[in-house]
Design a protein around this ligand. Sequence first.
Ligand code: MGD
Ligand code: SF4
Length: 738
Amino acid sequence: QAVEVDKWVKSVCRYCGAGCGLYIGVKGGKVVAVKGDDKNWNRGYLCVKGSYLPKILDAPDRLKYPMVRDGNKWKRISWDKAMNLMVSKFAEAIKKYGPHAVGFYGSGQSFSEESYLANKLYKGALGTNNIDGNPRLCMASAAVGYVTSFGKDEPMGSYDDIYHADCFFIIGSNMSEAHPVIFRLVMEQKRKRNVKIVVVDPRKTLTARNADLYLDFVPGTDLFILHAMAHVIVKEKLYNKDFFDKHAVFKKMGPDNKPVNVTFDEYVKFLEEYTPELAEQKSGCPKEKIIQAARWFATSKATMSFWCMGINQRTRGVWANNLIHNLHLLTGQICRPGATPFSLTGQPNACGGIRDVGLLSHLLPYGRVIANEKHRAEMEEFWGIPKGRIHSKPGPTAIELFTKFAEGEIKCLWVVCTNPGQSLPNLQKYRKGMASGDTFLVVSEAYHPSRTSELADLVLPAALWCEKEGTYGQSERRYQYLPQVIKPLGEAKSDFEVILTFARKLLTALGREDEAKKLFPYKTTEDVWNEMRACSKNTVYNFWGMTRARLIKEHGMLWPVPTEDYPAPGTLRRFTAKYGDPLVKKFDPKAEDISFYGNPADGNRAIIWLRPAVGPAEPADKDYPFVLTTGRLIEHWHTGTMTMKVPELMRAAPQAFVEINPKDAQKLGIKTGDKVRLTSRRGSIVLPAKVVDIPRPGVLFVPFHYPEKLINDLVTDAFDALSKQPEFKISAVRIEKV
Ligand code: MGD
Ligand code: SF4
């Protein structure tokens, strides 16, 4: 049915990291419709969540005014009073206890300019690294995986590779629900060409049901499968020796926990024990399927891997990422059209706004890290702050940050554009800390109460999506501009405006008025964007050529884009001069074509890692015999604050449930609709059962969207030692009929 609008404005969906382009239809100052942008990568397609975006804007629980806690009640206050209260609390804590008494928890859904400002305030102006974000729960293992294998973060390929690949290796990703439009493009290839889809997942999801080859396995045993695939590739000589001789080195961790180089023969020896038989024994996946997957991976013309939370949300998430990269490097399935390891991103701006901007406690902007003295000095010079201002020790990561807040070491915490009161694992532990009367919690939210804002001392109303402007950086290094289309509801303000005002007022309250003016002189988000472009200029991220005007005009651009006349859409493939990476020669002048130029210490080669297969932190056992795994449904976004305002989505997915395999259900006498209790070492919850042949026997699945059913009370907060990303995908539980 045609919708009448006054104008259509080009923008981007605010949900998943796919980053579908869309047009927003405005009529009489209201958003009345969206439609897909057919000139963007998504070719006009949107999924069901994106299609209903207009309905989230004027929901009845939108927060319109700043609110302060008054005992058990909430009191409306003015913005001036709210800012003064916040500034006085933060300034008092800093004066009394030093800069590490305050913290910030940000989001892969904030605009890049917002995250850049917050990072500059905390690391550059205050001198504390107490700043982390929800991508720690989401993408940290993928980021560390890229850095440890290739020397630099972010995927080297792009969505364009979908049109060239003839084998898709999808592991730990339910693309059909979590990244539906990307999956649609994959399925389109399946209909048109002779492509193969391999899916490795403990749930027979819609994605798995569309596979040509489906490998199901006991959660947490996929490292054995990945090694066994390498074993087959080596044994059957399906590898590309020319490629890895030239472009990769083999490494393992030495006895003093430092990496040491090893030979290909040592790698082959390491793989000997990881036979398909052993993998079958450990994982429950038939060895024939593993062998077939290895053959298709290696011998297809071009293999593209996709993975997401099933790999990242693991105590061995980084190692699992490394093992996927190993397969590409071993077979030379990389750095040419269709051949690429592509990590799917959960959130719309986890890449551009958090990983690239460096809003994680160990990072600085554009590939720089806190632990590197030279990088700190570069940023100190760039920001014009005294040498030594940036603290040399990486700060606490998400779980550690909330632990410090719970223990009172951090006195004041500001949570922006995320809902940790629902999304953190082992939730009650951290909720108690957030609710404590001894600390001061500020939450910037678009809705109130959320499961976090209900615990806050001060809640600030946030302008949503098209009520403000800024930039997103999405899965494939694609940066896109989102304009302000309508006025914010009530007195809501953009987080950009609030962070900027707070930064100036806080520094002034600390007696540093000159610095407030010098470090935060911006008038518009474009001023900050221009500073970010300059900050990226001499790095491998170089997006100097992406002026705001170009981003407004183009339908997304992929960095590197080194000059203002560099042709749109930018760089489709990195690390290969032949396929268009403009930085290969700059960073590795001797390179003929391929160079992993982020890794000069290893001759600009990538690393094939010898990482032993290790299982999860909490496997099922006799007391807790089931594995609980959690994740998303197609209808809802994360903690449901937005999508649960859409009646159509609520009708489709109205309540939480637990999926159980029919074989387990029969043994336990459970039928669909029965109430069952799930209990882990941390908590328990009652849910209706859904008996369905999706999880394999021994596995239970619960979506984490529903605020009235906090499944994260049960989930372990064990995390990966390298990425500090928690293992949301594997907790041991028992189940009983109530
Ligand atoms: P969201 O619902 O995305 O969840 O968890 P969260 O980030 O905590 O929260 C974003 C919040 O920002 C919403 O409450 C929304 O109303 C608000 N908001 C929207 N727009 C704006 C804005 O412009 N400004 C401000 N200030 N607020 C805004 C996600 C997290 O959850 C992530 S990233 C992952 S990957 C984890 N996944 C996961 C899982 O797979 N299983 C389980 N069990 N738990 C998980 N938790 C993690
Ligand atoms: Fe939005 Fe992701 Fe759906 Fe595209 S696939 S419309 S970005 S939620």
